[in-house]
Design a protein around this ligand. Structure first.
Ligand SMILES: [Zn+2]
Length: 97
């Protein structure tokens, strides 16, 4: 039997390809109201609908992604500094030591 192929995704911070399950997905949450700015959230299940991007669960990669404006670019959306702060806090829960 052939070995199962591991799905790879690229981290938008360090730009390295890693197995999808080692990365955390960020996704643009759908909003109920029209005209409301969509919030970028973490999607630990990787199953939320919508446009997503992947990050290593590391503050370092998150900060790199912020500096390169990779999150708004990947998601094709505006991301407020408050939203980035919340994401950063949330990501810390998944950070590996
Ligand atoms: Zn990374």
């Amino acid at each position: 039997m052939k070995a199962k192929k591991v799905p790879m995704r690229r981290c938008i911070g360090c730009m390295e390809s890693r197995p999808k399950k080692e990365l955390i997905r960020v996704v643009l949450a759908r909003t109920s109201e029209e005209g409301e700015t969509p919030e970028v959230i973490l999607d630990p299940t990787g199953k939320a609908p919508g446009r997503g991007a992947y990050l290593c669960p590391k503050t370092e990669c998150f900060e790199k992604a912020v500096k390169r404006k990779a999150i708004p670019r990947s998601l094709n959306a505006e991301v407020s500094p408050e939203n980035l702060d919340r994401l950063s806090e949330e990501l810390k829960q998944y950070e590996q030591q």
